[in-house]
Design a protein around this ligand. Sequence first.
Ligand SMILES: [Zn+2]
Ligand SMILES: [Zn+2]
Length: 129
Amino acid sequence: MIQPVDLELAMEMAKTPEGKSKLAYAHGLSVYNPDATPPAPFDECPEPECSICGIIACAYDEPFHFHHDGCPAEAAIEGMVGLRVFHRRADMFGVVKVIQGKLAFVKYEWPYDPAADAVEVPVSELRPA
Ligand SMILES: [Zn+2]
Ligand SMILES: [Zn+2]
């Protein structure tokens, strides 16, 4: 039986994978498999653009993940690849090479070292520069 969940509570729960599993349970989904593509079985939920299912399914915890125009968080974040960004935690500028889930791989501009590896940075710590 699908149950409503408060959106703010859902966002809070979604911060950890364990929390997402609990959220799926609280929402009434019988199984939550984050590795299925798309994560299964959201067809249990009668609401095709359900924001709780969206938060559970989305790598960026975006309530509009199942929006009919596509996930706004994914569109914005995928658009960051190749962009110059500012990493506020490290106080460094760099360029995003790859994005994997909530992690970006950023090549810092300083110290200048063409052979240096890209650094793993949470996407939430980056701003377009
Ligand atoms: Zn749902
Ligand atoms: Zn999404």
